[in-house]
Design a protein around this ligand. Sequence first.
Ligand code: OGA
Ligand code: MN
Length: 226
Amino acid sequence: MYTLLPQDSDLVDTTLFDHIARSLEQDGYAVLPNALPGSLTDRLFADFKSLEADDLKPAGIGRQADFQHNPFVRRDRICWLRGESAASAEFLAWTERLREALNRRLFLGLFDYECHYATYPVGAFYKKHLDAFKGQSNRRLSTVLYLNPSWSASDGGELVLYPPSHLEPLPVTEPLRVVVPEYGTLVIFLSEEFPHEVLPAHRPRHSIAGWFRVNTSSGVRLDPPR
Ligand code: OGA
Ligand code: MN
């Protein structure tokens, strides 16, 4: 006689996904220490360390024809995850489960997820910005997973979240939340609501930044691949 019990990992995910959905509903963001199951964070960090220097390209702003490098805005270097390594495939499978769970709980209509490794050299920053201006992008939820072993507050590189704003230029406001980019911490926030910035770090600072997107393609306009 068999009893159908969910596997432990399913239970852990369900509890976490419930918590994320509730935080997004109440606050619009969530900060989750040690979010990923098992040793996935360690395997992602090993995968990141196996990248060659020229796998990491200067990050730009804007998409396709609007794409430009602007070292006064951001100075990180990035490499998109395509699921080619076992760890990155597993991370993309986990984000797929999170996507389905959030769609079921919050009816967000999230369609896919894209993400890249990012590394900020010493002194690098990303000035205050929104990941998506309302109605101008298909990015709905931003995620950042930090890969910085033994990071302390004095190492800088904090993510600063500001209160929701749709104004352009973004107003000067008091921070809503300051997040130390500690190993294994995952931050999730509504892309169109929260201006945020990355403060200069005193050590190289590593992460996986990603975005859940909705499909806004129509007969006359195809969504860009990223
Ligand atoms: C980004 C970003 C935040 C962080 O890549 O758009 O804002 O903490 N990253 O790395
Ligand atoms: Mn951002």
